[in-house]
Design a protein around this ligand. Structure first.
Ligand SMILES: Cc1ncc(COP(=O)(O)O)c(C=O)c1O
Length: 371
């Protein structure tokens, strides 16, 4: 017998379906599973395989209902207050961005408007350099790494000229996962930020805390030209919702804000507010990440493969094989690994998946490299 449904029932059901489909993409349900077939495990984009937290999901579900309203400003103010409280500062020291990528881009924009040159390590997260070069047509001076593929702070300082306006330091660095010695970085920031703007990218801050790493957020002061950027994309697992922030002195925040888009989506910001309050999900994510790192590093140790000690949710290892070839071969073993990071093209950046999934990488690398 044909079942007829009322218009109201239809609307109710279709909105549930639509909401479910939207949520499915947040929580990694059917939609996302189809887009990225299960056999290929995502070990290429430094994502959190567990996020977002249940508490964040509930907050976002609730926020859907206010998506028709321009309430994102209220949520953003609340988020800035939360970030300020977590970092022992005030909201006028916080700038909220559409992901920390927006902060990086707008810092590069500021630098370009000032006709300044940017100094950056040769091997690092390229977003700020690309925006500076491609969009602002600024000169980017790339400084070689030290002998251990670490950021060479002395060399960065020596590269400063009268044209330098900004220096980018990613700590822990992407793709190496290495953290800088905190005393040396602090001395560097104190000295250099009197002359030029120091941008410290702390996207992987939460994974590094408790290891030999220290944030530079405490150096923010009216005298120091320093920007600290962080993100909800990593430990909070909100990469697709685009929420990040910067901490800087009031004058820098004011200027940054004048270039920012100024509004994020209310669902993402509500999710971030809930997630930053969900300490147990953060600890869980960090613990699982450390377990996954341990599984891979034990395996690499047992096979004598060189890698760098990671302070993040990825590890940089030397395969000795061109990364493009390695990528292709690993896909045949069900694993997607990170992109090329020239000039280290015989190295691979491997993002952590769930601990139980890391065996696929271990088995794959054994086959591909004949270990
Ligand atoms: C070092 C670093 N900074 C910034 C970002 C940008 O993150 P998002 O724009 O998602 O906040 C990333 C992303 O992977 C990163 O690795």
């Amino acid at each position: 017998m044909k079942k007829s449904i009322s218009r109201q029932q239809f609307l109710r059901q279709s909105s549930t379906l639509f909401g479910g489909a939207m949520l499915g993409s947040f929580v990694g349900l059917e939609g996302i599973a189809n887009a990225f077939p299960k056999p290929l495990i995502r070990m290429m984009y430094n994502e959190n395989p567990y996020g977002p937290s249940r508490i964040a999901q509930r907050a976002m579900q609730k926020a859907f209902k206010e998506s028709n309203l321009y309430t994102m400003r209220i949520a953003q103010i609340e988020f800035a207050e939360l970030i300020a409280a977590l970092n022992a500062t005030t909201p006028d020291h916080v700038s909220i961005g559409f992901g920390s990528r927006e902060i990086l881009n707008k810092a590069a924009l500021m630098n370009g408007i000032d006709n300044g040159e940017l100094i950056s390590p040769q091997l690092t997260f390229e977003a700020i350099n690309r925006y500076a070069q491609n969009t602002m047509k600024s000169k980017v001076v790339r400084v070689p790494m030290d002998d251990n593929i670490g950021i060479d702070l002395d060399a960065l300082a020596s590269a400063i000229t009268s044209k330098t306006n900004m220096i980018y330091v990613c700590n822990p660095n992407n793709p190496t996962g290495l953290a800088l010695n905190s005393n040396q970085l602090e001395a560097f920031c104190k000295e250099v930020s009197k002359k030029v703007l120091v941008f410290v990218d702390e996207a992987y801050h939460e994974y590094a805390v408790g290891k030999d790493y220290k944030t530079m957020a405490h150096l923010v002061s009216p005298e120091n030209k320093i920007i600290i950027s962080r993100t909800a994309s990593k430990v909070h697992g909100l990469a697709g919702l685009r929420v990040g922030y910067a901490i800087a002195n009031k004058a820098i925040v004011k200027r940054l804000n004048s270039y920012m888009n100024g509004s994020l989506n209310v669902v993402g910001v509500r999710g971030a507010i809930a997630s930053y309050g969900d300490k147990s999900f953060q600890s869980f994510s960090i613990q699982k990440n450390n377990e996954a790192l341990q599984i891979v590093s034990n395996h690499l140790d047992s096979k004598g493969v060189q890698y760098l000690p990671s302070h993040a949710n990825f590890i940089f290892l030397k395969t000795g094989m061109n990364i493009k070839e390695f990528q292709k071969k690993m896909e045949k073993h069900g694993v997607k690994v990170g992109r090329p990071f020239p000039p280290y093209i015989n190295w691979c950046r491997l993002s952590m998946a769930k601990p139980e999934e890391m065996k696929y990488f271990n088995k794959g690398i054994d086959k591909v490299l004949n270990l």
